[in-house]
Design a binder for this molecule. Structure first.
Ligand SMILES: NC(=O)C1=CN([C@@H]2O[C@H](COP(=O)(O)OP(=O)(O)OC[C@H]3O[C@@H](n4cnc5c(N)ncnc54)[C@H](O)[C@@H]3O)[C@@H](O)[C@H]2O)C=CC1
Ligand SMILES: O=C(O)[C@@H]1CCC=N1
Length: 273
């Protein structure tokens, strides 16, 4: 792909992850521009990546054919209002990472008729180990789809979704998902400490166990239930723990948590319209 100039609107955590991936994979820093009102964010990005930063989205988007919206859902509408004139004049590819903001909302706020890719990355993007769900509206052509895929692929894997209604489910599983794993890590550490382990030992045991188990999930070619059953000796220790999880309703609790996250995605869309 010949690199287009990409303007990030918002230079926070998610933008930083994507910019780090782009620069690490050889994107010319001169092709990346960032808008952020925060002096601290701008100077950090400039010194870390050698990219140009601006205090306004109008300045950052000048000459950019790809606009990456990486601000909070609550500020998307206001940011777009400032950019609608240029959007209509220059017809950029608009890409958003904002949870709950639909492609039709973003397109409408920018004046309409634009190619829009709505995406949902996750924070392992910082390590290039993320996964991003992407949805393209009907105006996105094959070359633009490839551009969006290439940008998000710097953060890890990509998966395209045909039905935009499923983006809230993507958000609920993988966008928010790292937090569920971190919660499990906290609970395992605390439980190990409660069993008498020194806290640092409990932390190391839980962390490496999650890492090793995740690698087995990704690399063994086996399903999660097969791997789980291999650990579970008849009437052994794992059996005792799994029985406790199952009878305590873990599966129903995870289903309810994911449903709550997906519902919140829909609410963000309505609340910020
Ligand atoms: N943190 C996460 O795990 C994920 C976040 N997202 C989405 O990414 C988006 C950004 O989230 P984070 O990076 O976590 O937030 P953040 O708070 O770290 O970054 C947002 C940045 O936007 C800047 N900003 C505020 N108003 C602005 C304006 N008018 N113009 C330009 N920049 C402005 C802020 O100064 C801040 O640096 C959100 O929409 C969120 O839904 C998506 C996937 C995962
Ligand atoms: O919690 C949130 O709303 C954002 C979207 C997915 C992860 N963080």
């Amino acid at each position: 792909m010949s690199t287009p100039t990409i303007a990030f609107i918002g230079g926070g955590n998610m933008a930083r992850s994507l910019i780090a991936g782009l620069i690490a994979r050889g994107t010319d820093p001169a092709r990346v521009r960032v808008a952020d009102p925060s002096d601290a964010q701008r100077s950090g990005l400039e010194s870390e990546f050698g990219i140009a930063t601006f205090s306004t989205a109008e300045a950052a988007t000048e000459g950019a054919s790809v606009w990456m919206f990486a601000v909070k859902p609550q500020v998307m509408k206001g940011v777009c209002a400032d950019l609608a004139g240029r959007a209509q004049a220059t017809r950029p590819l608009a890409v958003s990472v904002a949870a709950g903001i639909t492609s039709a909302q973003l397109d409408g706020w920018l004046g309409g008729g634009l190619p829009v890719v709505r995406t949902m990355p996750n924070t392992p993007a910082l390590l290039g180990a993320g996964i991003t769900g992407l949805y393209a509206n009907a105006r996105v052509d094959a070359a633009q789809r490839e551009i969006a895929d290439t940008v998000l692929a710097t953060a890890g894997e990509t998966v395209w979704i045909d039905d935009e209604a499923q983006m809230d489910a993507v958000t609920a599983v993988s966008g928010s998902g790292p937090a569920y794993v971190f919660l499990l890590a906290e609970a395992m550490q605390d439980a190990g400490t409660a069993q008498g382990l020194p806290p640092e030992t409990a932390r190391r045991l839980a962390t490496q166990t999650l890492l090793g188990a995740s690698r087995m999930l990704a690399e063994s070619g086996e399903t999660a239930d097969v791997l789980r059953k291999r650990v579970t000796s008849p009437n052994g220790t794992t059996h005792a723990a799994i029985e406790t999880f199952e009878s305590g309703g873990l599966r129903a609790l995870v289903e309810a948590a994911v449903a709550a996250a997906a519902k919140r995605g829909g609410e963000l869309s309505a609340a910020n319209d």
